[in-house]
Structure formats: C-alpha cells, structure tokens
Ligand binder design. Sequence first.
Ligand code: SF4
Length: 698
Amino acid sequence: MSNRVVRAACPHDCPDTCAMLVTVEGGKAISIRGDPDHPNTAGVLCTKVSRYLERTYHPDRLLHPMKRTGPKGAGQFTRISWAEALTTIAERLRSIAAQDPRGILPYSYAGTMGMVQGEAMAMRFFHRLGASQLDRTICSSAGGTGYKYSIGAKVGTDTEQFSNAKLIIIWGGNPIASNLHFWMQAQEAKRRGATLVAIDPYRSLTAEKCQIHIALLPGTDSALALGIMHLLIRDGLLDHDYIAKYTLGFEQLKERVAEWGPEKTADTCGIEVVQLEALAKLYGEAAMRGDPVAIRLNYGVQRTHGGGMAARNIACLPALVGAWRHAAGGVLLSSGDSFPKNTRSLERPDLRRVDSQRVPRTINMSTIGDDLLRPGSAEFGPRIDALIVYNANPVAVAPESAKVAQGFERDDLFTVVLEHFRTDTADYADILLPATTQLEHTDVHATYGHLYIVANNPAIEPLGEARPNSEIFRLLAAQMGFDEPCFADSDDELAAQAFDATDARASRYDWQGLKQAGWMKLNVPDAPYAQGGFHTPSRKCEFYSERMQQDGLDPLPAYIPPHESPRTAPELARDYPLAMISPPQRNFLNSTFVNVQSLRATESEPHLEIHPDDAAARGIADGDRVRAFNRRGELQLRARVTDATRKGLVVALSIWWKKLASDRKNANELTSQRLTDMGRAPTFYDVLVQVEKSVTPP
Ligand code: SF4
C-alpha cells in the first residue's frame, strides 16, 4: 500500500506552531513528525503532539451528535442524528433571539489556533445572530495590553535570533514545557557561551537548566523591573544615544525609579540585594560591551493583579540599554501583531445589525462563573440563556471553578458544546456535537512565537460523523435561515482570505501555493526596532504613555502589588498563608491531552509541590495526601516536598480534568475571578491558600 505525506500545522495554544508531516496509509494516519525543513520546528514535535495520533484515534472520540439524558454534569447522553441536533439548536436559539439575541453567548478560545476552525465562520454566525460578544481575556490580554503601551504592538525579537544572543533572560515562562523550540535556540546560545537567566518563583524544568535562577515572590515582577531600571541608571549602564532618539519620557522615568533602590526592590521581591545587583550588572554590562541581550518574556508574569504593568515595565528595559540595535537583542512576548490578518473579512462584524433598542453586550470570559449566575437587569442586560462552547473547556479552565460549574448546572441554560471528547464542560451540554481534529480538516495558522504562516491540509477523512467547526456553523446558519453569500464560503475560500496580501509583510501569500509549500516566512526586518519605529503613537518606546493616562492608568512604570499576598492582605493570610501558582504540566497543554492515557500516566495524579519547611510545619511528608483550601473551595492532591518551590509558595501543575481527579476537582477550585490591572484578565497566580494533611483516605 502506498504512503502519502501531508503537510500540516500544530493547532495548539503554543507559541511554536510547528509545521508537521503526517504520513497516511490506506486512509489512516500512521505517523506524525515535525517538518525538518521548517527552521523553527527543525523536525521536532513536543512529547504531547508526538502522541497526536493516539489522541485522534482515541476510543473515547466523540463520533456522533448526542443529546443529554441525565442531570447536567453527569455525562449521560444518547446518540441523535445531525438533523435532530441542528433542528433542536436552531429552535432554541430562534426562540431566545426573539426575546433578545444577547441572551446567547459564544464561548471559545484557543483549543485550535487555526483561523478557519477558530473564529471565522463562527463569528459570522454570532454577528448575524446579534449574540453577546465574548471578551477573550483568559490567557494573554493583560500582558499584551501592558507590552503594547510600551512598544506599541505584539512584535519582538525573532525566535530564530535568540541563538545569537549572549545573555538571555527567560522571564515568567517554562519553555521546556511550553515553548520548546525557543528553548532549543536558548540551548544553542548556551553552547556558544551565552548566559541563561530564569526569573520565576518556581524552579521549573527550565530554571533548573539556566546558570542563574531568581526566585522572586509571585506578582512582584514589575518591582524587579523597576529595580533593574534604577540600577542601570545609577550605574550609567545606558545607551544614551538610543534613549535620546527612540524613547519618550526618560526624565520622568528616572524620577519614578529613583525610589526603587536595591534594598526596597529586593525586599519587595523577596530576593537578595546581591542577586538584584548582579542581574542588573550582567544585563547592563553585556549590552554596553555590544553583546546582544534578549528577554523571552512569557505570560506567567501577567497572571497576577499587576500583570499588565509587569509586562509594560519589562518591555521598557531593552530601550534603556539599546538592546534593540541587534537582531538578537530586545524582548519577545508575542509575535502576533507581525501578521497582517484579515480578521474583518473572516469574521464579518458588518453582519451585526444595528438595533437602536439594544446596546451591544460583551461578556468577559474570565468572569463566566459570576455572569452565568447573574439575573437579567438593566445594567447587565438579559440573563445568559444559551451558551455555545467551541475550542474551550471552561468548566476545567475558568477561574473559581465551583461557581462556573454552578452556572453550567442551571436547568434553564441551553448549552451546546462542539468537542472531540466528553470533557468536563461537555458533560454539561444539552447537545454535544462531534468536531474534527486537525488531521481531518483544513486550516491556516498565524502564530505568536515565530514569523511563519503555516498551512494545514486534511490528512484523513473525518472520523465517524465528526464535522469541522466551520461546517457546523455553516449548517447552523442555513438552519437559522441566514442566506448571506458569506455563509457559503468553503474552508479553502476562508483560508484564502486569512491574510492581507496587499501588505508587504505577506505579499507572497497565496493559499493554493501555501498548501503545497506548507509554510512561508513573513517579510519583516530582522531587528524590528533597531532605529526606533515603535508602533506607539509617538513611534518611540514610551516610558511615559499618554494613552495610559487617557485610560485612567499611571502613565509611568509602577508597581501594582498582588490582590492576595501576606503583605497586601495580611488578614486573609492569617487563615491562608501560602501563595499558590498553577503553571502548565509538561505533558498537558492547558486542559488538552489530559485524557491521553500515555501522557496522563507520566503525570500520574494531581500533585502539590511544597517547600520542606512549610511541609514540616504541617506534619506533611512527601507522598502524603493533602487538602489545599481557601474561601473559594478545596481540593485533594499528593504532596511533593521539594525545595523547587520557595518557602511560602505551593505549586499545583495544571490543568487537570476535574473528572479524572479522585475528588473531581482541580486547581481552579481555588483561583479567583478578580481581574488584572489592565486587559480585564484573570489572576490565576494571585491566590492564597492553606494546606493540611488530608484525613480523607487516598
Ligand atoms: S504544542 Fe507547541 S511544541 Fe508541541 S507540536 Fe504543537 S506547536 Fe510544537
């Protein structure tokens, strides 16, 4: 039997967006590997996606539409036809829309990063319906907002250039687990003599392998950046020419950081003064020697109250030392704005009809727990009567999980879920629709970690009766009687519209050609801000931001402390003295892959890492069953007593499916719905808890 090799793209919420090669024999995918010719992928897929075939052909795949037969959350369903599913959904949506279409809410995020199976046909449908809009804040909006106040756009150092840097600061991320191909570049830089520094409250797999690790207190990254600025200015480690030509507000910044001397900074961050002094010296002196110095900033820094300000402050550092002059210098949070996406063509917001009686409504996905429980009111608008969930698993992922589950349990809520599996969220669906995986549909991908557009060709036929998201929304549109021609666009036609080929960055974009080639690099400069040209209103790196002032924020870099920490909430800390963070497990990707047996077996069960001193004070030994709790909830975990966490900090690697944990709970039982300083994002790593030895038998 002859083989064929299909060019594909990894769809997951990961900055690497790997180019993949899928080998198909007799209609079945038999192998998946990274494209060796794609410069970023370099032939390597991470452990998770190496198991993508196990996931695709998993015996639990949803293969047919289903309707719920038991109580919400019990996961009891019976098979129905597509015709019955579509008719039922259309009838319910039509009746809700007749009252007020804002009672219908789409709920989606990055279960696929594809532009076709993501928000293209889906948003056309919801715009035409007049549904409530969703503020997609759950992961990156705080950091993105802060970063953009300083440098104007989510643009930064090209990942492929990091191997040429002499100093790399990995700030708020664990790339071995969640940005593997950047880590490959960092390792190459290390082999060539570079110093790697990790800034992370937790000694992650990555921090273990860096020469320097600064374990600061959670939520104090913005203070650390202020302290570094103070020392760079105090010691004259500045590129005065770059500052004069390409920055705005240096004198105000100087005044602001004067108060952030080393003692105050070190005390705020819970680190030693010598560590801070050494870090600032390392960064400043390397830059003054003309060495490329680069920061890989990641989203871990922005999951606390002051997360937006932290990203803003850190984004100011390269301009002070002129690091942007080098292609291998600067900072990278995201490359997302490097792509000229045709979002309006794909999503067609013009389909939304103007209704003078109704103010359009946007619901923040990060407060879905509260919002599902809110009654209709003049201020809130109509109660949420229907939820259509796709590319998301909010019952496991959204903060303050008990409230989220309570909301999903509402008998008067009509819930439709498009999924591959019966996830924690799918168990609450009234109608469950089987969606295709990346091997079964067409898509095109931008990314937030490199500079390539990557094509995804279908490798195999859809399994069972699964259908692509795009097709499901096309069918729903037809069922609702939406007859605008855009609802007939095929997936190839959607992909062809995805990028603006009149923009010089993607001038070679041609979907038919890309399907054959697999990927193309954007036409962008190697050193984006070597001569200024920032994407801010002033075209400079804005130490002082007029826009922040207008938005009611401090226009200068500042420190915004956590909502929950022993210093900022001493009364709360009397009952709940330990800070908790819940960064990604290496073998899971958010909540994806938790049900892949070979990967879950590696992680075995939910753990809580706790410092030996904190464990001893509670009589907890390694391997004990423990109970972590606060006012929002509780969960059971297995203790790992380790000095990888600092004293006062516990770590619950995540995100487990609740139904696969012995107590059917995960770390989001303890997280809160309080939001960040900017970007309206959740504060997943801004949590106080207490831990005790569990009396529940294992
Ligand atoms: S999850 Fe990330 S590293 Fe893994 S294959 Fe996908 S893009 Fe590559």
